[in-house]
Design a protein around this ligand. Structure first.
Ligand code: HEC
Ligand code: HEC
Length: 353
């Protein structure tokens, strides 16, 4: 009886301590994503909550060239931290094939708040789905997923990191989740503008900066709206007058490619104005090399078409947003306050290798 009891107690202790061990080693630590006080509520991503382990794994995958077919291209080849995760090129040819892409690589800023589709036409419903598109695209990373999984499985560090982040083997879903988590951690909220909005030290605007902000709110804020400086939806801002080029799966027709609704022809997603002076060239095809050319476009270059947005028309119906030289200068000075040097130098977002 005593022996039986002792054995039972020993068994109990062993099983409790085993259980505790399994639990503590398998539960990743929730990631503290500090929502800036001036930001909107963070959309919930309950199917893929951010964890320290997941974000760190995602960072490694984002910077790892082994994710591409020729092991020479990583996500960071086209999304560079010092350029707010854009690439400084109109149409990059940095992908595996060396062929020019047909769209400009956008900056990756505050993506955790964007929930109306990714890519210029919103083709990817969320960041989890988005990751496979550059991976599989022959002109980007040209990596077949089964090959990628066996390649990563041969790297013990990754096997262990997937285990601790997702308690899982290396799978396509876990790869996508990790990369999505890292991208959601890319919060930019330390510009002079943010300090101004939060009444923090370093956030005092002079009269020209304040005037520039007001002008942007009035003339541009219908689309580059709110604290994110984007309304996260699709507009035709007058870049082209005709949309007849249907080649390459209608990529030049904008949102229409996804919805098949003629009212969406020529509409592209409003990019944020945050860090805008770091992310030239501009527009979905990088057609404008400088911010001056962007101002010229809105002031005098707007092209009329059936889907042109009323917000880029004047009261008399003519296309264009009038901008005087003084106004342009004030807007430029305000845009300078949107550069976030903490974001582009944050070691948590940099290359871990
Ligand atoms: C060869 C260059 C290249 C590589 C490599 C690349 N991208 Fe991109 N990325 C682009 C281009 C170009 C676009 C715009 C495509 C479009 O809208 O049709 C884009 C768009 C995106 C977007 C959409 C952003 C938004 O606001 O809609 C995300 C997110 C993104 N890339 C993440 C990644 C990730 C993650 C990887 C690695 C798995 C990656 N990219 C690899 C060029 C690249
Ligand atoms: C009708 C909505 C709308 C208004 C008003 C508007 N924009 Fe835009 N803006 C957009 C859209 C949509 C794009 C992307 C268009 C594309 O690439 O096809 C864009 C692109 C830009 C870009 C390029 C961003 C990048 O990353 O490539 C800049 C800079 C810009 N706008 C500044 C302004 C300024 C300054 C004003 C006010 C003078 C303004 N916008 C008014 C919708 C608007």
């Amino acid at each position: 009886m005593r022996i039986a009891c002792t054995i039972l107690i020993i068994l109990l202790i062993v099983s409790i301590s085993c259980k505790r061990e399994v639990i503590s080693s398998s539960l990743p630590v929730p990631y503290q994503l500090n929502v800036p006080a001036n930001f909107p509520v963070l959309p919930v991503h309950s199917d893929n909550p951010l964890t320290n382990e997941g974000v760190e794994l995602g960072r490694r995958l984002f910077y790892d060239k082994r994710l591409s077919g020729n092991n020479m291209v990583s996500c960071a080849s086209c999304h560079q931290q010092n350029l707010a995760f854009s690439d400084g090129t109109a149409l990059t040819a940095a992908g595996v094939s060396g062929m020019s892409l047909r769209r400009n690589a956008p900056a990756l800023i505050n993506l955790a708040w964007l929930d109306d589709g990714f890519f210029w036409d919103g083709a990817a419903p969320n960041l989890e789905a988005q990751a496979f598109m550059p991976l599989a695209n022959p002109d980007e990373m040209h990596q077949l997923i089964p090959g990628l999984i066996s390649e990563l499985k041969a790297i013990p560090d990754y096997v262990q990191r997937f285990r601790s982040a997702f308690n899982s083997d290396i799978t396509d879903a876990a790869i996508a989740k990790a990369i999505a988590q890292f991208q959601r951690s890319l919060v930019s909220a330390n510009s002079k503008y943010d300090k101004y909005r939060r009444n923090e030290p370093g956030g005092i605007y002079n009269s020209e900066e304040r005037r520039g902000m007001e002008l942007v709110q009035i003339k541009c804020g219908g689309c580059h709206a709110g604290e994110l400086l984007t309304d996260n939806i699709f507009h035709n801002n007058g870049l082209d007058s005709s949309f007849t080029n249907t080649s390459f799966d209608r990529i030049f027709l904008g949102r229409y490619r996804i919805t098949n609704n003629p009212a969406d022809i020529g509409k592209f997603k409003t990019p944020t104005l945050r860090n805008i002076l770091l992310t030239a060239p501009y527009m979905h095809d990088g057609r404008f090399a400088t911010i001056d050319q962007v101002f010229d476009h809105y002031a005098t270059g707007i092209k009329n078409s059936a889907t042109l947005d009323p917000l880029v028309k004047q009261d008399n119906g003519n296309p264009g947003i009038p901008l005087s030289a003084v106004e342009r200068q004030a807007i430029l000075v305000f845009l300078q306050t949107l550069t976030d040097n903490v974001f582009i130098t944050n070691p948590k977002f940099s290359n871990p290798f």
